[in-house]
Design a binder for this molecule. Structure first.
Ligand code: NAG
Ligand code: NAG
Ligand code: NAG
Ligand code: NAG
Ligand code: NAG
Ligand code: NAG
Length: 356
């Protein structure tokens, strides 16, 4: 499917002289935004949410996933249906068809993120083999919290040590899922990092760098670097300043704990995190399911992502690997190592035990 594109890019790449320079390899934007994602098409069987993640045809017909008149992708929770008792509310979870390995940077330009009591959105990535291949949560929030958070989830042995980052709000440093699957969580200290304030401030551009030297997340808003303001085909992450969250290779061998990642957007409701009996009352009152999921549909008027684009960049070696992974074949036509990576799953996320 994308092999010719990747191979052309590999041949046509300018010489990348620094480890921090990456070339554009994939863009999700405009009317074609949804073309290269899979819709989950089942209930939330991963995090016990009171949500049904609809399939592509239902998402289109019910207008839960569409491109708006401004050319931006909308992914939203159903805010028109009165849901009967013991049923779930419709929403969206999409997974990129392509995988992006160590040596990749993905940049999501978002104008609005979902929020509201019972709402639990995330923009994240996971290897098909979870947790062996690692999970990177670039953006996550619940209910009416004011600060978004970032995290990694891995096999035992990956920890957050000696970061160079702006956030001092590290709530757990062991990334292992064996540690109650808490993840190594860094909260974004910016009061505009979530909720109504995020949209009012003009949204944000989330940069996730998956490099052998470490994993970093930067969020730009007012101060977007000039190289990201235009449709650049090359980005240099060394010009992006100190990240909000940084997981250096010193505490976590990135090449060992991270395999090529699928990108994922999802919005679930209640479940293990937003609906947790300790977490929910921190920012909302009432009952997560009874008062919200089956309550007035207008509870979900703010439960939507509005995304201008997701653009992925790679080093030249990453692009060659991705060409193999994404097509199952390399340029000689040989079946690659991942021709049959179809398993996509995620364990329960249990961030609530720390950091509040
Ligand atoms: C969850 O749903 C997905 C999508 O339908 C399916 O592939 C997977 O097997 C289900 N997992 C469990 C644990 O039921
Ligand atoms: C999508 O989901 C709807 C509702 O569950 C179902 O009726 C329809 O058959 C599904 N379509 C496909 C293509 O799976
Ligand atoms: C950005 O540049 C790429 C590569 O030149 C091109 O394929 C894409 O259509 C451009 N996107 C926009 C939104 O202009
Ligand atoms: C539902 O949410 C959308 C934003 O996603 C909003 O425009 C609309 O007014 C809301 N309410 C109804 C009843 O559609
Ligand atoms: C591509 O296939 C050839 C022929 O089997 C093999 O020698 C080579 O190592 C493969 N390249 C990659 C990147 O897998
Ligand atoms: C993938 O799995 C299918 C079904 O098990 C099998 O028929 C096919 O040969 C496999 N393809 C590769 C590339 O391994």
């Amino acid at each position: 499917m994308v092999s010719s594109r990747y191979i052309l890019l590999t041949l046509g790449l300018p010489a990348l002289v620094r480890g921090t320079q990456y070339a554009l390899i994939k863009e999700y934007a405009g009317t074609n935004f949804f073309d290269d994602w899979d819709f989950f098409g089942n209930i939330d069987n991963l995090t016990h949410g009171d949500a049904t993640f609809v399939n592509a045809s239902q998402a289109a017909s019910d207008r839960l996933a569409f491109v708006n008149s401004a050319g931006n992708a909308i992914m939203k929770v159903d805010n028109t249906t009165v849901v009967p008792l013991n049923s779930k509310r419709d929403t969206v979870r999409i997974t990129s068809k392509d995988l992006f390995g160590v040596g990749s940077v993905w940049i999501a330009d978002m104008l609005h993120v979902p929020f509201g009591c019972s709402v639990w959105p995330a923009f994240w990535s996971s290897a098909p083999a979870w947790p062996t291949g690692g999970e990177i949560d670039t953006f996550e929030g619940v209910n009416m919290v004011l600060n978004a958070q970032m995290a990694l989830h891995t096999d035992p042995g990956c920890t957050l040590v000696d970061p160079t980052q702006t956030s001092s709000r590290v709530t757990s440093t062991d990334c292992s899922v064996a540690n109650q699957n808490l993840g190594c969580v860094v909260k974004n200290p910016d009061p505009n990092s979530y909720g109504a304030a995020f949209a009012a401030a003009g949204g944000g551009m989330f940069v996730t760098e998956l490099a052998s030297t470490g994993i970093s997340c930067v969020v730009f808003r007012a101060n977007i670097p000039s190289s990201l303001q235009k449709n650049s085909t090359i980005v240099d992450t060394s010009t992006f300043g100190v990240p909000v969250a940084n997981y250096p290779a010193g505490g976590c061998n990135i090449d060992k704990f991270f395999q090529p990642q699928n990108l994922i957007f999802d919005i679930t409701l209640c479940g293990d995190f937003a609906g947790n009996s300790e977490i929910f009352p921190q920012t909302c009152s009432g009952s997560c399911y009874n008062d919200f999921v089956i309550g007035p549909p207008r509870n979900y008027d703010n439960a939507y992502f509005e995304v201008r684009s997701v653009r992925v960049f790679g080093t030249s070696s990453a692009i060659e690997v991705e060409a193999v992974l994404n097509t199952g074949r390399n340029s000689t036509g040989t079946v690659g190592p991942s021709g049959n990576q179809t398993v996509r799953r995620r364990g329960t996320r249990m961030h609530w035990s720390v950091g509040h």
